[in-house]
Ligand binder design. Structure first.
Ligand code: NAI
Length: 381
């Protein structure tokens, strides 16, 4: 797509360099800026290693590797971004720093240059509000590692021009990605709908129903999830996962359904982040504990987490966060769920899902277990 040939990337951390790789692989001219020049240089060195591995695997040849690297130019100020068609920001997750950057950029680039953020938790609408011309602002949320994960959430701000959504959608398809469109609400699609995968698992643990290994085993053995919730939290990092949960909870005005878990806070406070600190819910220096094989218990755990996930997906549909197709795609491509959750609900029957959630509500009488109105309506049809 010629209209997006010159791409500016700001921030050369794990996301920025990944996005730079995607754009340069698609033959765009990429300008990379980081406040810390050595971060850009190190990032490009790392990219070179990644590309060498891709050559070894036969995925690209040397000519392609050279062209990917040649397409990326490191710059030391924002000025060279002047001729960009699209700038994607992937700097530190801080609203006022991001707003300063965008105001600055607006005084440098043309009025047509599209400004995008890769934020995972800040409102796109609030970031757009710092611009004089906010109709060219949009959220383009990549998943980590960006070159490997095909899902990308496109999030228009309230102010965004409708046509821009279509143009970015087409651009990302051209880049070989799977774009979905999400309403600008906390957690967008994936980080909202996936919450119960972690929170219900933590709750089951806190209630002493089962240990980490058993809960993980239930989700993998019965649900065919690639990773269990605790393994996944250890992989993502407890600190990161806790921060996302906390920000979604706050952004929802403390809706109890999204309340973070005290257990996760403690693990994070203790520095037990997971794989990166060699200790999280599991101790990676020792042999991992083995799960219970009690099929009845495993089924009970799996079904409780599954119905909470289906409820969350149906509620997102009810509130128009995304289309049914995009909600399904997002969970399969963004977090590798074995099936789309709405489809899973249909397979199990919505009546069954509602009865399970109502049974949980009967026990706890907590708002957390409220059934989505859409789910209840569908169940009664
Ligand atoms: P990171 O910490 O690896 O990299 C951020 C980079 O931005 C650093 O190199 C830093 O020097 C640079 N930077 C900071 N302030 C700057 C400024 N004012 N101007 C220019 N460069 C500046 O962060 P990461 O993980 O790459 O995340 C970046 C953004 O992407 C954040 O908004 C984050 O929420 C979002 N994101 C992160 C994901 C992840 O899994 N890490 C997934 C999806 C989105």
């Amino acid at each position: 797509m010629e209209s997006f040939k010159n791409i500016g990337i700001i921030g050369a951390g794990s996301m920025g360099i990944g996005i730079a790789q995607i754009a340069s692989t698609a033959d765009c001219n990429v300008i990379l800026f980081d406040i810390n020049k050595s971060a850009s240089e190190q990032a490009v060195k790392k990219l070179e290693k990644v590309l060498l591995r891709l050559i070894e695997k036969g995925k690209i040849n040397t000519i392609k590797k050279d062209s990917i690297l040649n397409n990326i130019k490191i710059v030391e100020s924002l000025e060279p971004m002047k001729g960009s068609d699209l700038i994607i920001e992937a700097i530190v997750e801080n609203s006022s720093i991001k707003k300063d950057l965008f105001s600055n950029l607006e005084s440098i680039v043309s009025n047509e240059c599209v400004l995008a953020t890769n934020t995972s938790s800040i409102s796109i609408t609030s970031l757009a509000s710092c611009l004089k011309n906010p109709i060219r602002f949009i959220g383009i949320h990549f998943f980590n590692p960006a070159p490997i994960m095909s899902l990308i959430e496109i999030i228009p701000a309230l102010q965004t021009n409708d046509n821009l959504v279509k143009e970015i959608h087409q651009l990302l398809l051209n880049w070989g990605k799977t774009p979905v469109v999400a309403k600008d609400t906390p957690g967008f699609i994936v980080n909202r709908i996936a919450r119960p995968f972690y929170s219900e698992a933590l709750r089951i643990y806190e209630e002493q129903i089962a240990d980490f290994a058993t809960i993980d085993f239930a989700m993998k053995h019965i649900g065919r999830f690639k990773m269990g919730p605790f393994e996944l939290m250890d992989f993502i990092g407890n600190d990161v996962n806790y921060a996302v949960t906390k920000s979604v909870f706050e952004a929802f005005y403390y809706d109890p359904r999204y309340r973070p878990s005290f257990t996760q806070k403690q693990y994070s406070d203790a520095g037990w982040y997971g794989r990166k600190s060699k200790k999280g819910y599991y101790d990676y220096n020792n042999e991992l504990s083995s799960p219970s094989k009690d099929e009845k218990l495993l089924k009970q755990i799996f079904e409780r987490i599954l119905v909470m996930l289906i409820n969350e997906a149906m509620d997102a549909l009810y509130l128009g966060i995304a289309s049914e197709q995009d909600i399904e795609l997002a969970m399969i491509k963004g977090v590798n769920y074995p099936k789309g959750l709405i489809n899973w609900g249909k397979e199990k029957s919505f009546t069954w899902v509602v009865s399970k959630i109502d049974a949980l509500y009967e026990i706890y009488h907590e708002d957390r277990y409220r059934c989505s109105p859409l789910l209840r309506t569908k169940a009664s049809l």
